[in-house]
Write a protein that binds this ligand. Structure first.
Ligand code: HAM
Length: 452
């Protein structure tokens, strides 16, 4: 029996990898444009890191971690999110001392033992950014603008920004008491999870999905009425900056986020087109986390964007993805002598920077042409004894069916010009060839093409 992939994971097959590459390219380009540099950290960390940062009342820590114990007493957890490991790495490697603001981004797989459904997986990929060292609302606006730029760059038009401030530990304590007071009379009607959370983390009751809890929560006090002066001013200034950028947002006091480290600004970008798991991106400020993890008190913030959800949303909005790359050339040899020549030609074509393949099975012409069609080769060159003896062959444009005869010793130059014409239009081949001196710098005709 075939072994199947673990529940909640996905195989990203060659036929869809172009979508992933395009998205990864878009997100990294935008991050770099905003001054973020890539960071790569281990897939697993000491379990204590997540307990201390993500928080011991969060679903992630209480229910969803993939934890293994290694030889000895240490326990390690597959990373459920990016922030904790990245801040750990920044502290451990002295990156915080290199001047503020420090800005990093990452594209990582994450692991959470959740109940799989559309848009929710046990292994998923996140694009995330973290910025340390600025308490200014301009930093919050930069982060939100970066997320909006990415979504825009992906062609999305129907993703809404939901914005809230959950204040600092001081204003939040007053708010928590108000929430407890509000929910206490309904205690027996709440779902078991909310009932349990009421004591330790009553704010999470606000994002419970159970219809009864939702109904009860409808008239609950809202955090923005409890913000202290500092937090209120921060939030007002942020809103003003976002208005200046003409970024539309919905003030949403129900956005409280599932991870415990947040302070002040929290936000989510939500798509309505992909079902219940519509939060494509979530983030906010976490001014207390760096000191919690042993660093100097340093304000910080960031976001995580689920790449599966991003691609699902792009598909639901009919966004275009760049087509998968196809080979520039397929050489179809007939017979052993031709195969030897095909191998060398193919090598020369690749060294000139193009994607080329030739038959390495020893098939007849028909199956070779079928294969060339299947891999969507742009040009095909058939090589047999006739071509080798006469020193002339034909290059066939597979889109138009046009064939052009050429001297084998001028193969690379001919191919180069034909390909440029195919990609950029007639006439451009010659013009480009004139302006760049015909051949790529490293192109040498195959006969003299020896490696040093
Ligand atoms: P998060 O809200 O837990 O935040 O995750 C961020 C995003 O990851 C979500 O909005 C969603 O798109 C995606 N995501 C989360 N869980 C799953 C899942 N099971 N399957 C598919 N996609 C999922 C964080 O992880 C924070 N570290 C974000 C952050 C960075 N805050 C500040 N800096």
């Amino acid at each position: 029996m075939l072994i199947k992939r673990p529940k909640g994971t996905q195989d990203i097959l060659p036929s869809v990898v172009n979508k992933w590459k395009a998205v990864e390219e878009t997100v990294s380009q935008a991050a770099e444009q905003f001054g973020f540099r890539e960071i790569r950290t281990p897939v697993f960390e000491e379990t204590g890191l997540y307990v201390r940062s993500v928080g011991d009342t969060s679903d992630v820590v209480t229910k969803e971690m993939y934890t293994v114990s290694s030889k000895g007493d240490d326990t390690f957890t597959l990373r459920p999110e990016g922030t904790a490991g990245v801040i750990r790495a920044m502290l451990e490697n002295g990156i915080m001392n290199e001047g503020f603001p420090r800005k990093v981004y990452y594209i990582i797989p994450c692991y959470r033992h959740e109940k799989p459904q559309a848009g929710r997986y046990r292994e998923f990929r996140q694009f995330g950014v973290e910025m340390a060292g600025s308490a200014s609302p301009y930093a919050d606006a930069e982060i939100i603008l970066l997320a909006a730029t990415v979504l825009d760059g992906c062609g999305l038009e129907n993703v809404e920004l939901h914005l809230n401030s959950i204040g600092c530990p001081e204003c939040r304590e007053k708010y928590r008491s108000a929430l407890r007071e509000y929910f206490e009379p309904h205690k027996d009607e709440l779902c078991p999870t909310c009932n349990e959370r009421l004591g330790k983390n009553p704010m999470r009751l606000l994002d419970c999905k159970s219809p009864i809890c939702k109904e009860i929560a409808k008239d609950a006090p809202i955090i923005t009425d409890y913000l202290c002066d500092g937090c209120r001013e921060h939030f007002e200034k942020l809103r003003k900056i976002l208005d200046g950028y003409e970024i539309k947002y919905i003030l949403d006091p129900k956005i409280v986020r599932g991870l415990d480290y947040y302070t002040r600004t929290v936000f989510e970008f939500i798509s309505n087109g992909i079902g219940a798991q519509g939060t494509v991106c979530g983030g906010g400020r976490y001014d207390g986390l760096i000191s919690e993890l042993g660093g100097q008190p340093t304000p910080a913030l960031g976001f995580g964007m689920g790449l599966e959800r991003l691609i699902l949303t792009m598909e639901s909005e009919g966004c275009e993805f760049p087509p998968a790359k196809t080979p520039d050339l397929y050489i179809a040899p007939m017979g052993e002598r031709a195969q030897e020549k095909a191998a060398l030609l193919c090598d020369a074509v690749r060294r000139a920077g193009y994607a080329a393949e030739f038959d390495i099975i020893g098939r007849g012409l028909k199956p070779q042409m079928r294969y060339a069609d299947k891999i969507k080769a742009k040009f095909v060159c058939v090589l047999g004894d006739n071509e080798l003896d006469s020193g002339e062959a034909k290059l066939k444009n597979m889109r138009t069916g046009d064939e052009k005869a050429f001297k084998l010793e001028e193969f690379i130059g001919e191919f180069h010009n034909l390909l440029i014409e195919e990609l950029f239009g007639t006439g451009l081949g010659d013009a480009l060839a004139d302006s760049i001196g015909d051949l790529p710098a490293n192109t040498v005709p195959p006969e003299t093409n020896g490696r040093n």
